[in-house]
Design a protein around this ligand. Structure first.
Ligand code: PNS
Length: 159
């Protein structure tokens, strides 16, 4: 069975990698869908975000597929021949937004289910936006993101 894990991944964090690895114990294949949204400014381009994810899951072979998408998530899920969307839930504050997304996706596609995984305790406070903030001001992000992502952040904010 195949599941889609969608997000902006600007950049991928240890919270995301934890969810993907745990999803792999339930699903045969996890497709990581990287949203390409011209209206939302990101520090990493879509190609860069995809590349950073691919590097992380190189050892997983074709059990993890990374692709970008634009438009509706449910259309991407259908195109990938999947029926499950995975989302990570950190705290109760995530719930409102996540419930909105899940219910909207349910309205758009009745046969697609959203499955929530609670993040591990150690990554429950990590978000890409906080990681970007910390990295921008030269703080240490080594416990928050994979090493190659930390390197890419340092490069990005060097300029
Ligand atoms: O990591 P993020 O930024 O919280 O992920 C949000 C994402 C990509 C899952 C969401 O914005 C999305 O699905 N966008 C695609 C557009 C869409 O399908 N919208 C309708 C559902 S509300």
């Amino acid at each position: 069975m195949k599941a889609v894990f969608p997000g902006s991944f600007d950049p991928i964090t240890n919270g995301h990698t934890d969810i993907v690895r745990r999803a792999l114990s339930i699903f045969d294949t996890v497709v990581i869908g990287v949203l390409e949204n011209p209206e939302k400014e990101t520090i990493f381009s879509t190609a860069e975000r995809v590349e950073l994810i691919k590097q992380e899951f190189e050892a997983e072979g074709d059990k993890v597929v990374t692709a970008s998408f634009s438009g509706l998530l449910v259309d991407f899920v259908k195109n990938q021949d999947a029926q499950v969307i995975i989302r990570g839930l950190r705290a109760i504050s995530d719930y409102d937004y996540e419930a909105q997304l899940a219910l909207m996706n349910k309205t758009l596609a009745k046969n697609i289910e959203t499955l929530f995984l609670i993040t591990s305790e150690s990554s429950s406070y990590i978000s890409s936006s906080l990681v970007r903030q910390v990295a921008k001001f030269g703080g240490a992000v080594s416990e928050l993101v994979p090493a190659h992502v930390e390197k890419a952040l340092k490069e990005k904010f060097k300029r």
